[in-house]
Design a protein. Structure first.
Length: 212
């Protein structure tokens, strides 16, 4: 895990209106938690932040505060986006110590081709990220899940995963990560010919000859 630099400024105004004005200037309001004195409100360039996150959301950020605000080592904890326009709305950072373990969610990436897939099976990934605890420099970019040995009906669980040394898994070891399932076959019933139950009307009887 490498460090990536990001510039920031301490912001004065707080609240919805102040944040709205910042976004109109194409700036992103954010807060740094974990330091002395509670949360520190800051503002960053959203495009620079997105560039930083190209290395993954668990990248270690060296946050430089302008105006002799010093430098803090942080990690992104939450990034809020607009639900429709996907515009960045707010970011939360966590200040960390390089000597203290932290909890992060690491993506799980499937590798290999499952044996059951060659038989028509479908690989289903149930768990896409996993919480782990480790020192900041030991955070893995991702954890690979080798599914090549999975046949139809087979599954891999958290307990089966190989994690780097110094990384402790915090998830339930019995959780299913990936499995190979048979394709769903839709049964179509054959059309049954319609049987009519309507009875044809009886032929009209010939009139009875009147008695003379």
């Amino acid at each position: 895990m490498q460090f990536v630099d990001l510039k920031a400024e301490v912001r004065q105004g707080r609240g919805k209106e102040a944040s709205k004005k910042l976004r109109q200037k194409h700036l992103l309001p954010a807060v740094v938690y974990g330091g002395e004195g509670g949360g520190l409100p800051i503002v960053v360039n959203p495009q620079e932040l997105l560039k930083v996150l190209e290395g993954g959301e668990n990248v270690l950020i060296r946050l430089s505060l302008e105006g002799d605000g010093g430098t803090r080592t942080v990690i992104l904890k939450e990034l809020q986006r607009h639900p429709v326009r996907a515009v960045l709305l707010h970011a939360d950072f966590q200040e960390i110590s390089m000597e203290r373990k932290i909890t992060v969610a690491v993506p799980l990436v499937l590798v290999g081709e499952a044996a059951g897939k060659l038989k028509g099976g479908i690989v289903d990934q149930s768990l896409r990220e996993m919480e782990v605890e480790c020192l900041p420099l030991a955070i893995p970019d991702r954890i690979e899940v080798d599914v090549s040995g999975l046949d139809l009906g087979d599954s891999l669980h958290v307990r089966d995963l190989k994690v780097p040394e110094g990384v402790r898994v915090l998830e339930d070891l019995n959780l299913t990560v990936a499995s190979v399932v048979a394709p769903h076959v839709e049964v179509v019933e054959a059309a049954v010919p319609e049987v009519t139950t309507e009875v044809a009307p009886e032929a009209e009887k010939a009139p009875t000859k009147a008695a003379e």
